[in-house]
Design a binder for this molecule. Structure first.
Ligand SMILES: NC(=O)c1ccc[n+]([C@@H]2O[C@H](COP(=O)([O-])OP(=O)(O)OC[C@H]3O[C@@H](n4cnc5c(N)ncnc54)[C@H](O)[C@@H]3O)[C@@H](O)[C@H]2O)c1
Length: 352
């Protein structure tokens, strides 16, 4: 079993990556030395495939185990579903020494993570990510939260899990479009920090476990240097600044997160080339790879509207947005720009 370790200022925890790891959930939670009571939070779709296996594994390890099942999809990241989770925790008698197990994609991980962070001011949390995006990104790093009618991820907490259990075999049932969303993040890791990963993605010569481990090593490197996302961790936002604007402008319905990030990455790479900060040919390579993996590379959304959406970016520092640009494939840097500076370059980039 591959075991990575994350050391932040608040916690040190293991990340296990191994085919078949799901069946070891019980023994891994037991190794945390927490209480004997657990609640598994999952969504309806994931429950159908994997809930029974995880519950059985916990019971075999001697745990009392309840489950809370939310509807699948982003629409569940709400205060209403959070309140339902609190009610389930209460009903299960979950005490401060007990554990929440988040079994699912990024939606379950974010919502159950926030519920664990806030129930009795914080109980143990074990992330068992089942989507590619959650396995390479959201389950590690401690960002938890939910959406409000006013905006996405507006409420949240940094709350690191006690352990992360990644079983690449569960991806066999993941529908294609969600796989593509995860690939957008993997392609991002390659372009910001890992040329070997990029080459393997290009030649389709990579084992799933290898690829997940490679991405998580990059993510862990950034988390350990900058847990609260105020410096180097922001490089992980390559493509996300414009990507978030695209999602927001289209009401989070026309493009998935991964698709919006894919378009955002192309625009950021092209902007870098226009400003002579990015090696020529980088955008061409990015476009080729994204297309190969079925991801979009452009949008017809008007630039002035994208810029308006950018102005409310929650990662803004004063008037500046921490824009992520590439020196070349595999090397990224932060480039603070005001929306006024971004607009003309984005205009040219989006018409190229
Ligand atoms: N916390 C973070 O650092 C972070 C980072 C990136 C994204 N996110 C959040 O993650 C969310 C998106 O995550 P997502 O793409 O995993 O979406 P998701 O959780 O909605 O999962 C996508 C769909 O796939 C299904 N699914 C998941 N695993 C499956 C499997 N193995 N087999 C069959 N179906 C499966 C789910 O039921 C769902 O319908 C967003 O809310 C985003 O804000 C968080």
């Amino acid at each position: 079993m591959t075991e990575l370790s994350v050391q932040t200022q608040t916690k040190r925890y293991p990340v296990y990556i191994t085919p078949g790891a799901l069946a070891q959930t019980g023994s891994i939670v037991a190794a945390q030395g927490t209480g004997r009571n657990t609640v598994v939070v999952t969504d309806h779709q994931v429950a159908e495939y994997f809930l029974e296996r995880v519950v059985q594994s916990l019971k075999n390890a001697g745990f009392t185990c309840d489950s809370a099942v939310i509807p699948a999809g982003e629409k569940s990241k709400t205060p209403e579903q959070l309140a339902r989770l609190y009610a389930s925790f209460h009903k299960a008698g979950l005490t401060r020494s007990d554990s929440v197990v988040a079994l699912g994609g990024g939606v379950v991980g974010d919502l159950a993570g926030f519920a664990a962070a806030t129930w009795l001011r914080g109980v143990s949390l074990v992330q068992v990510p089942t989507s590619l995006l959650a396995q390479v990104d959201s389950s590690v790093g401690g960002k938890t939260g939910l959406d409000l009618p006013q905006g996405k991820n507006l409420v949240g907490a940094f709350y690191q899990p006690n352990a992360v259990i990644i079983d690449p075999l569960v991806l066999e049932t993941l529908p294609g479009p969600y796989r593509a969303d995860g690939m957008a993040e993997i392609i991002k890791y390659g372009f910001i920090a890992d040329r070997t990963l990029l080459e393997r993605i290009e030649t389709k010569n990579c084992d799933q476990s290898w690829m997940i481990e490679r991405c998580l090593r990059i993510k862990i490197h950034f988390i350990e240097k900058d847990e609260k996302d105020s410096g180097e961790r922001m490089l992980l936002n390559f493509g996300h600044t414009v990507g978030h604007s695209i999602e927001k402008l289209t009401g989070f319905t026309r493009y998935s997160h991964g698709q919006a990030v894919a378009i955002g990455m192309v625009l950021a790479a092209r902007m870098g080339e226009i400003m002579n900060r990015t090696k020529p040919g980088t955008t061409h390579r990015l476009v080729r790879i994204l297309t190969e993996y079925g991801l979009p590379i452009s949008t017809n959304l008007p630039v002035p509207e994208l810029i308006d959406a950018l102005r409310s970016d929650k990662k803004k520092l004063g008037r500046h947005i921490h824009f992520v640009l590439l020196h070349q494939p595999g090397e990224a840097f932060l480039h603070p720009m005001t929306p006024e500076e971004i607009q003309p370059v984005l205009e040219v980039a989006s018409h190229d």
